[in-house]
Design a protein around this ligand. Structure first.
Ligand code: G6P
Ligand code: ZN
Length: 543
C-alpha cells in the first residue's frame, strides 16, 4: 500500500474553537474536508511517523466514516500504532485515559459534545496531546495556520477496517488495535472509588437513575452502575448510543434532560439522579427534590473528596473557570489550598493539573474532573457523589444544606440567548467593552456596579497569556455578572450571561434561585439594552 498524495485547496473556517473543530455534519461530509483538517493536525504536530495515536468518538452520525479516513491517513503518515475504541466508540474521558495509560503521543476525538447529532446536526473533531488533554492554544493556532495554507494531503487506498472486533489489524505498516470501549476506564474508576461502599449503599435500598441521553455513556454506565455496582436493570435510562441521540439534544441540563428532572422532583422520585452528555464529559447531578448547580457540585466535591480512596490524602488545589461561581474558592480557602480562576475551556486546566497545583477542576458548563485524566468526566463526578453519599449516609439535599450553612451560598444561574444575530451580539460586546471604564459607580435599581473589567489570564505555570476571555461586572454586596459569547455554537452567536450573588452562612439560604437573582438579571438587561439589541425578551435556556 503506497501512500497517495492528493492536491487540495484549503477549506475556509477550519478554526478549532473552545473544544476542537465543530461544524454541521454536512460540512464535515464534503469531499476532502476531514482529510484537510486531519492533515493540518498532522502537519502541526510535526507528522505522525513512528507515533502512537488513540482514536475514538461518541458514535454520532459520520463517526465511523471519519475514523476510517483518519486510520488511512495515519497509516499513510507512517504512524506506528493506532488504538481505537471498539466500534469507533470512546467517551472523551476514556480517550483521555487511554492516551495516558498507553503513553500515546496524542489522540483524535470525534464529537460535538452536547450538540445534537445526525446528518442535519453537528459533528466535531479535536486533537488531544500526550498528557491526554485538549491541545493548548499554541497547537490549535498552528493547526489553524496549516488549514489555511495546505496544498495536499496524504492517504492510502485501502478498504475499511473492521472496527467491531477487538484485536489487532495491520493497515499498511501501521498496527491498528481495537480495544474494549469500557474496560480500562472502568478499572480506573474502581481504583479511585470505594465500589464496596457504593454497592452497600445501593443494596440498602438507595435508588438512582442515570440518563445516558442515547449517547456514549450508555455502555459505561451500564457496566459500572448496573453490572459492577449492582444497581438494578432500568437504572440506566436511554443507555444504547444512537447516531442521532434518539433525535434528542444530549446536553445534561434541566431543559434538555427535563424528564429526568421531573422524575427526581416527584415525592416518590429516586434518591439520586444524574445525566451525561453526547461524549460523556459533562454531568448533571440531582437529588430528590433538588438540582445541584455545577458550581455547587464542584464546591461540594472539593469539600468531601477525601471521603473517596483516590483522594484520601486530600486535594492540592481547586481550579474553576472564570464564569463558574466562587463557591469552590470558599472551600479551598477553608482547606488552606490554592484556588485558580481560568478562562472557559477545559484546556486551561491542563498545565495546573500537570504541575500538581490542583487536584479538582470544574466549570459552570456542567464539567467536573480531576487529575485522573485531562478531560472533564461525567461518570467520574457521578461516582464521586455516590462515594460521598455512601460515606455520609445522608441525602443530596442535606449535603447541600449543610454545605451552605458552613460556607454560605452562591446563588447562581446562567442565562443563554441562543442563535442571536452574530453582528448584533458582537456589537453588544464591543460597546460594553468600550463602556467598561465608566461603569463603576453606576446603579441599576438596587444593583450598583463596583468594578468592571475584561478578563485576561496568565497561566501561572507556563506564563502564556489569554486575553478577552469575558466581561466581568462586580456588584455591591458580592454580586457578579459575567458576559461572554459562546465558543462552541454552530449557529449565529450565543450570548451567555452568568449571574451570581452570595449569601453568608447566616443569610437567607432558601430563596428560589431565579428570584434571588432577578434584580441582577434586570440590571444587566438594562445595561445592555438586551431586548432592543437581540430582539429577545427572555433567555432561551436558564441553567
Ligand atoms: C466545551 C468545553 C468546556 C467549556 C465549554 C464552554 O464544553 O469543553 O470546557 O466550558 O465548551 O462552552 P461555550 O459554549 O460557553 O463556549
Ligand atoms: Zn461533552
Amino acid at each position: 500500500m503506497t501512500p497517495i498524495t492528493h492536491n487540495c485547496t484549503p477549506f475556509e473556517g477550519q478554526k478549532p474553537g473552545t473544544s476542537g473543530l465543530r461544524k454541521k455534519t454536512k460540512v464535515f461530509m464534503q469531499p476532502g474536508y476531514v482529510e484537510c483538517f486531519v492533515q493540518s493536525i498532522f502537519n502541526a504536530i510535526g507528522g505522525v511517523a513512528g507515533k502512537t495515536l488513540v482514536v475514538g468518538g461518541d458514535g454520532r452520525y459520520y463517526n465511523a466514516e471519519a475514523i476510517q479516513i483518519i486510520l488511512r491517513m495515519a497509516s499513510a503518515g507512517g504512524a506506528k500504532q493506532v488504538i481505537v475504541g471498539q466500534g469507533g466508540l470512546l467517551s472523551t474521558p476514556a480517550a483521555s485515559h487511554l492516551i495516558r495509560k498507553r503513553a500515546a503521543d496524542g489522540g483524535l476525538i470525534l464529537s460535538a459534545s452536547h450538540n445534537p447529532g445526525g446528518i442535519d446536526a453537528d459533528f466535531g473533531l479535536k486533537y488531544n496531546i500526550s498528557n491526554g488533554g485538549p491541545a493548548p492554544e499554541g497547537i490549535t493556532d498552528a493547526i489553524f495556520a496549516q488549514t489555511k495554507s495546505l496544498t495536499s494531503y496524504v492517504t492510502l487506498e485501502a478498504p475499511d477496517l473492521d472496527l467491531a472486533t477487538i484485536g489487532t489489524h495491520s493497515l499498511g505498516e501501521t498496527q491498528v488495535e481495537i480495544v474494549d470501549t469500557v474496560a480500562d476506564y472502568a478499572t480506573l474508576m474502581q481504583e479511585l472509588f470505594d465500589f464496596d461502599a457504593i454497592r452497600d449503599l445501593i443494596q440498602s435500598g438507595f435508588t438512582l437513575r442515570f440518563d445516558a441521553m442515547h449517547a456514549i455513556t450508555g455502555p459505561y454506565a451500564t457496566t459500572i452502575l448496573q453490572d459492577m455496582l449492582g444497581a438494578p436493570k432500568g437504572t440506566v435510562l436511554n443507555g444504547v448510543p444512537s447516531v442521532d441521540f434518539g433525535k434528542g439534544h444530549p446536553d445534561p441540563n434541566p431543559i434538555w434532560a427535563k424528564p429526568l428532572v421531573d422524575m427526581v422532583m416527584a415525592p416518590e422520585g429516586p434518591d439520586f439522579a444524574a445525566a451525561s452528555d453526547g461524549d460523556g464529559d459533562r454531568n448533571m447531578i440531582l437529588g430528590r427534590g433538588i438540582y445541584v448547580t455545577p458550581s455547587d457540585s464542584l464546591a461540594v466535591l472539593a469539600a468531601n473528596a477525601h471521603l473517596a480512596p483516590g483522594y484520601a490524602k486530600g486535594i492540592a488545589g481547586v481550579a474553576r473557570s472564570m464564569p463558574t461561581s466562587r463557591a469552590s474558592d470558599r472551600v479551598a480557602k477553608a482547606l488552606g489550598v490554592d484556588s485558580y480562576e481560568t478562562p472557559t475551556g477545559w484546556k486551561f486546566f491542563g498545565s495546573l493539573l500537570d504541575a500538581g497545583r490542583v487536584t479538582l477542576c470544574g466549570e459552570e458548563s456542567a464539567g467536573t474532573g480531576s487529575d485522573h485524566v485531562r478531560e472533564k468526566d461525567g461518570l467520574w463526578a457521578v461516582l464521586l457523589w455516590l462515594n460521598i453519599l455512601a460515606q455520609r449516609k445522608t441525602s443530596v439535599q442535606d449535603i447541600l444544606t449543610d454545605h451552605w450553612s458552613t460556607y454560605g451560598r452562591d446563588y447562581y444561574s446562567r442565562h443563554d440567548y441562543e442563535a442571536v444575530d452574530a453582528t448584533a451580539a458582537n456589537l453588544l460586546m464591543a460597546d460594553l467593552t468600550k463602556a467598561l471604564p465608566d461603569l463603576a459607580g453606576q446603579a441599576f435599581g438596587p444593583c450598583t456596579i463596583t468594578q468592571a473589567d475584561q478578563f485576561s489570564y496568565t497561566d501561572p505555570v507556563d506564563g502564556s497569556v489569554s486575553q478577552n476571555q469575558g466581561l466581568r461586572l462586580q456588584f455591591r454586596d458580592d454580586g457578579r455578572a459575567v458576559l461572554r459569547l459562546s465558543g462552541t455554537g454552530t449557529e449565529g452567536a450565543t450570548l451567555r450571561i452568568y449571574l451570581e450573588r452570595y449569601e453568608g452562612p447566616n443569610g437567607d439560604l432558601t430563596i428560589e434561585t431565579q428570584t434571588a437573582l432577578s434584580d441582577l438579571a434586570q440590571a444587566v438587561n438594562t445595561l445592555c439594552d438586551l431586548e432592543n439589541r437581540t430582539g429577545r425578551s427572555a433567555p432561551d435556556v436558564m441553567t
